[in-house]
Design a binder for this molecule. Sequence first.
Ligand code: F0G
Length: 400
Amino acid sequence: NPLDFSGVWRFRELLPFAPDNQIVTIGEGQTILQNSPQVARYAGMNTGCLFLQYEGLNPSGSFKDNGMTAASTHARMVGAKVAACASTGNTSASLAIYAGVTGLFKVIVFVGSGKIAYGKLSQALDYGALTLQIEGDFDDALKQVQAVSKEAGIYLCNSVNPFRLEGQKSIMYRVLEGLGWEIPDWIVVPGGNLGNSSAFGKAFIELKQLGLIDRIPRLAVINAAGANTLYELYEKGGLRWNNGSPDEALVDSFYRSMDSENRRAKTLASAIEINRPVNLEKCLRALDACDGVVREVSDEDILDAKAQVGAGGFGCEPASGASVAGAKLLRQQGIIAPSDRVVCILTGHQLKDPSATVHYHAGNGQTGGSGADSAEKFQNRPVAVPNNMETILDVIRKMR
Ligand code: F0G
């Protein structure tokens, strides 16, 4: 059965909403879990204890395909002709590729003008989506796409769509499979719109209810410091799921003060540059079920961690570096022990945002940090040389 070649649908008994003949798949979820001694060392963990779940291998280069295969399937089941999403770039690339490959529906994507990395923008254009660059940021684009979709009867593919989250549960099934169904101690994931963390919590709650696992790993959701709504509300404000009744007054007053100060999300990890996470409540449920913690990390820490991941052989985009930076921070704080088994989710491929990477290595611009070498930094500067063999040989000899 071709469905057994999808890393999502081979688990279809655990996301049972579609008959087999309606399922839309383009071979998503063929991802790998890799033990990384290099990244373990960087994070202060014992060798053998840190694993990277590399979702960059998906057809559109990010974890979003796990969810989009499910949303596309549901869109087909309800006969949708047009689908839309707002995006910081990966959701739009993913939705566009599903429509492009299958021809099942037309796609409109809403992106913040100048807000998404070129790799991602190029995908939406190439795959033929109508690409609307909205004046404003992701939070504006999401509000707008929700209103437009409702008005025009367009199928909405952001992670408010519950079928997306069904598909994203499979990331955790593959992690467990990669570990021989041994339960890790920690799952560490970047938090933006909080779809992934919500889906992971749901996966574990269900697996436990089904008796397939006897213990739930702890979940760490990592915000960028410049887009840290969850961190502010959960860690500082004490907001909890509270059996489905989180303190709404607390959330309202937080957003009111955000609006009154006109506070905008700001991080070089553009994928998670989000101030109003749409899955906030579902994520609180996941944090409750998984004895979760939330941390914020600086852009500099994100980019340093990303470079270490690259040096370890797997390139990832900046937002993914947040999970490794978060694991390192939790290790420093003594919350993760050196012998814990930790899985960091690498959510997107290195080629999604090449300019962030090149600026970091070159040590220039905003992404270059201090430019100073230290044990923390792996900066592999390009070397300018004249077109002259003697000088080039000289440089190569110094390398040795
Ligand atoms: N990492 C990457 C590479 C992402 O693209 C995103 C979200 C996240 C992490 C955060 O995941 O939203 O489930 O908490 N990108 C969305 C987009 C918002 O539009 O592509 P989340």
